[in-house]
Design a protein around this ligand. Structure first.
Ligand code: UDP
Ligand code: MG
Length: 336
């Protein structure tokens, strides 16, 4: 990211063997679970540093939880955070981050679209002193043309409207230093637009390019409608420009109206009243009516966000936390 102070290369970090927490959200991912643990555990064991995996079950309706528990039973390094229902990826990630203990936390998609093999490289960057190491897709070839175009449009719009630019083609795949995780935890907002929050947080950050493979099993939970709403959420959470722009639209329209009104008065005084004018009247009424409704809609969008924030509901609710010690006891917690 631009405009961020340089990294701090500390001797302790370079030599450290930090506890690495992997945080992965699971929503109906039964088909990939075995492969997920196979790959991730392989990578983690090769790192030669302590690790844990926090799996968040985001209210899955298939066998996801059952399979996760099977793996957790056989490996005490795996913790399952079971949410009370589906809260969405952003909330699930927040739950996972809150449950993590690592000096370093890596956010990873369950569907293996974020290659775990990159973790080593990310950790090396962290040792160099970077606090945030984020994956950047080298290409979006695995996405459809429409998705690529809409994604591009979104980044352009977002970065034009906000002060803290968000790097293009990033996902949530990233490594975070504990300090960043703690600061993120302190942000009080309910609308967790993660990518935007990371950009807002700053800290010394660096990109690691990677090729994003297609989804191996199942299908993306993101429909275009969901993506559109997600984009709106991101924009309205980080910019008030859509609200402010109406002042200028109003000013411009008023100014034009004034000029046109003067012309009409002048013409009436000189040439007298002429009745026809239905078409122009309708055009003006409909046009202004439309503009007013749009501006009301934008205000409503923000009002809705204020409403959600004011209610102060938790971002997620934990049903149970499953962590099996080697003697197979289920230590349950129920914090929120
Ligand atoms: N996910 C989640 N809750 C949801 C939707 C998705 O926890 O409501 C998880 C999902 O299991 C996966 C990750 O978020 O681990 C990314 O989801 P997906 O692959 O559907 O998104 P895409 O890769 O298309 O961005
Ligand atoms: Mg995916």
């Amino acid at each position: 990211m631009k405009g961020v102070a340089g990294k701090v290369a500390t001797a302790e970090r370079a030599a450290a063997s930090p506890l690495v927490s992997i945080v992965a959200p699971f929503f109906n991912e039964a088909m990939v679970i075995d492969r997920f643990f196979g790959q991730v555990i392989g990578v983690m064991e090769a790192l030669g540093t302590p690790w844990e995996i926090i799996c968040v079950d985001d209210g899955s309706q298939d066998r996801t939880l059952e399979l996760l528990l099977e793996h957790a039973r056989s490996n005490p390094a795996i913790t399952i955070v079971e949410l009370s229902r589906n809260f969405g990826k952003e909330s699930a990630l927040t739950a996972g981050l809150d449950a993590s203990a690592g000096d370093v936390v890596v956010l990873l998609d369950a569907d293996l679209q974020d290659p775990p093999s990159l973790i080593r490289q990310m950790l090396d960057k962290w040792r160099e002193g970077y606090d945030v190491v984020y994956g950047v897709r080298r290409s979006r070839r695995s996405d459809s043309l429409l998705k690529r175009m809409t994604a591009r449009g979104f980044y352009k719009t977002f970065n034009a409207l906000t002060a803290e630019p968000m790097p293009e083609n990033t996902g949530d795949f990233r490594l975070l230093d504990r300090r960043v995780v703690d600061r993120l935890h302190e942000l009080p907002e309910r609308t967790r637009f993660m990518k935007g929050l990371f950009a807002w947080l700053g800290f010394s950050s660096i990109a690691v390019p990677y090729d994003r493979p297609g989804r191996e099993e199942g299908e993306s939970a993101w429909s275009y409608w969901k993506l559109w709403n997600h984009a709106l959420e991101g924009l309205t959470s980080f910019s008030t420009l859509p609200l402010r722009v109406w002042t200028y639209v109003g000013l411009t329209v008023s100014l034009l109206s004034f000029v046109y009104a003067s012309f009409l008065v002048f013409r009436t005084l000189v040439f007298g009243v002429d009745l026809p004018g239905y078409a122009s009247l309708m055009v003006v009424i409909l046009f202004l009516g439309g503009i007013q409704l749009i501006s009301l809609g934008v205000i409503g969008e923000y009002l809705g966000r204020v409403f959600i924030e004011v209610k102060q509901r938790p971002v997620y609710l934990v049903n149970r936390v499953h962590q099996f010690a080697s003697d197979d006891r289920d230590a349950d917690g129920d914090e929120g």
